[in-house]
Ligand binder design. Structure first.
Ligand SMILES: [Zn+2]
Length: 398
């Protein structure tokens, strides 16, 4: 918790003024603010100040960043990529903690100060990945908040004992139960969903399901998810990541499912994938579905792309959805900031008195322009403390 007076900045690209942070919270925003004696003062140089980016879906335990280039040469089938990853991770020279710490520092340097990460849980890994990520977080806690999903990457019903380990993960630092393609991986949509909803409702955990299944199959499973969320009173506690079926399913069915998801409080996260159809994010938001974008898998055995920069991801969404007007470009930025915070119930984030004293400074002209140009992050501040400067992680108190 730190005090900081940030002078000469433009909150949300509006009129220039100061932002005063006291005890880690925003105390005031306005012109010519005065701080109590001893408060650190930084001249913001007329940069734009925005609320931090939110990274709502990444895989900290999978990252290979910093290791020699990893060439991907397996077929793009889910099962082949799952098996390939397990084999490669047996031989890595760096621990989960070393690799996860690298990615956390990168995300912070790009302006994300809250991360939701999945961690692989299986009878092979047991809870090792969870423990490794938590070990890394010990050194980055001042800069980034972290919430973890117990994720059955290699299957749950087909790997007996995994569900019990996922439940155990909730007692050791995870707060969310994951799921994965209930039909195509586990071959048992009802059994898979009943199991994870049962664990979540008994343990008071949230749910975050990877659903890659397309078309009618995916929509059928979304229906099962809606039914369970409503029956168990888990409105606004269930997120479906990817939901490609909302991008390629019959339009009328997608529209009806959108309304059901809005009513049941099911959130949607998309990584804005390459050629794969992805959900119509702005349409979902307009119809009342909570949604946001994320990095997902990056620089690992699955995906050679990605840099942990949510501003890049906002641009990618804007590009793929043909955002052209200022209003549309700002809506794309919202998907990586405000909407991400709402989706994860981070009610403290936002540039307003009383809010968490966290923000990102970006040198730019206005909000639409920074989405298009994606300038370097001049400063990243977490609860009044500078944690990154000029796109680089800051060690110690700077
Ligand atoms: Zn993922």
């Amino acid at each position: 918790m730190s005090d900081l007076l940030l002078t000469n900045v433009r909150p949300d690209a509006k009129a220039a003024g100061d932002i005063l942070i006291e005890n880690g919270r925003i105390a005031a925003i306005g012109p010519a603010l005065r701080a109590r004696a001893g408060t650190k003062v930084i001249d913001g140089g007329n940069a734009i100040a925005i609320a931090p980016f939110v990274e709502p879906h990444v895989h900290l335990d999978k990252i290979l960043w910093g290791l020699p280039w990893h060439s991907i040469n397996v077929p793009a089938s889910l099962r082949a990529m799952i098996d390939n990853e397990v084999n490669i991770r047996k031989e890595l020279p760096w621990s989960v903690a070393e690799r996860a710490g690298n990615l956390m520092r990168q995300c912070v340097s790009m302006g994300s100060t809250h991360i939701r990460s999945h961690v692989d849980i299986s009878t092979h890994y047991k809870l090792d990945n969870l423990h490794g990520v938590l070990e890394a977080w010990e050194k980055t806690k001042h800069a980034v908040d972290l919430e973890l999903v117990a994720f059955p990457q290699t299957g749950m019903m087909i790997d007996p004992g995994t569900a019990e380990l996922m439940e155990a993960a909730l007692d050791e630092g995870a707060s969310i139960i994951g799921g994965l393609d209930p039909a195509n991986i586990d071959g048992d949509p009802k059994g898979h969903l009943d199991t994870i909803f049962d664990i979540a409702s008994r343990k008071g955990a949230k749910i975050d399901i990877h659903l890659h299944e397309f078309g009618e199959l995916g929509l059928f499973e979304l229906g099962l998810i809606v039914d369970r969320a409503k029956a168990l009173g888990m409105q606004n506690r269930v997120i479906v990541s990817h939901a490609f079926c909302l991008g390629d399913g019959p339009r009328e069915r997608v529209r009806r499912m959108t309304d059901l998801m809005a009513e049941a409080g099911i959130g949607i996260i998309s990584a804005v994938p390459g050629e794969i159809p992805f959900p119509p994010m702005f349409e979902l938001a307009a119809r009342g579905v909570r949604c946001a974008i994320a990095s997902d898998s990056l620089r690992d055995t699955w995906n050679p792309h990605g840099n942990g920069d949510m501003l890049d991801r906002c641009w990618l969404l804007a590009y793929r959805t043909n955002c052209r007007t200022d209003e549309e470009l700002i809506a794309a930025l919202d998907m990586g900031t405000r909407r991400g915070a709402e989706l994860l119930d981070l009610n403290d984030l936002g540039l307003r008195p009383g809010g968490e004293g966290s923000l990102v400074l970006i040198e730019g002209e206005n909000l639409p322009q920074i989405v298009v140009d994606r300038p370097r992050r001049a400063l990243v501040i977490k609860r009044g403390r500078v944690v990154a400067r000029d796109g680089r992680w800051v060690d110690g108190d700077a």
